[in-house]
Design a protein around this ligand. Sequence first.
Ligand code: PLP
Length: 362
Amino acid sequence: MNVRFAERSTLRAVRAYRDKESSNGEDGTHITFDLSSNELALPPLPTVLGGIEERLPQLARYPDPTARDLTSEVARHLCVSADELAVGPGSAGVLQQLLLALCGKGDEVVYAWPGFDAYPLLVAISGATSVQAPLTASGGHDLDEIRTRVSARTKVVILCSPHNPTGATIDHDELRGFLHSLPDHVVTVLDEAYVEFDRGSDPPGTPGLLREHRNIVVLRTFSKAYGLAGLRVGYAAGPQQVMAAVRKAAIPFGVTRFAEQAAILSLRSEGELMERLAAAAAAREELTAGLRTLGLPVLPSRANFVWLPLAGAAESFTRAAASAGVKVRSYPGHGARISVGETEAHRMLLAALGQKDHGAEF
Ligand SMILES: Cc1ncc(COP(=O)(O)O)c(C=O)c1O
């Protein structure tokens, strides 16, 4: 007898996160370097590894369900109070909590597309409907376009700066105007997963934004610049009442004590970690220059990846990279995204793209 069940209707249209991907190229080519997930190509700092090791004997115990120590550390770091924070299993986990807490059937969530590919899935899990707005030609957010899509049904707007997958940033003055223009039933999430890579620009100024506006939640992660993607820890900062709701929607014990300790130690070693980002920025500029020398279009990026607006040629480009043993991310119809990675990965990729006569393909 078959079980009778009803999948949440919004889930029917989406697939599990990256479920069709394999660790090899499509045609089975062996992948030597994975430049498809915007990870940091550096090992964790020894102090961070040591902190995790110290906690291994406590594996039989649940972690602190409130991750109080990390919450206090982040509060100090951002100059906000603990009530204005929610930590969770990756910033994707925290975003899921926020959407579950604020949205349901019939509600809408507006964001720019192409964007982080978990957004449509997380919105569908909450039962809400995605409303997507196109990016500008330079890969940035078109805040006017986004604003026109905000309706009485909109509960959340998600903005991402630097934007995944293009690396473009949102100007804070424009953002302020946008936040002022919104009706008071809309919460804006500013996803700053890559903000630490945005070197050379004005300081991100997030604490200021949080003080000035009561309708913004900032989302941050330890996965990218802090190099802790495998531990799953991130946080959101925003108005107390919103954050209280976000904390309620958490899966119990979602942040392990290893993740908590590693994140605390990372914040305390921030100077050392941020020094490494100068190297990442230099590698990004070298990769950009190398690709442009081959005649490929590359947008300026403020993150740890670069975007090639290849439109219909995105898939053939991704296949060419895979045949050189390098996995990059294809956004069919839009472009391809290459994470800044190991020097050798860049060398292999550029050499392979340079050798072949790809002129006709992309
Ligand atoms: C824009 C953006 N936000 C959030 C995340 C999620 O990061 P995590 O859940 O690892 O914190 C990612 C990961 O790629 C991302 O690109």
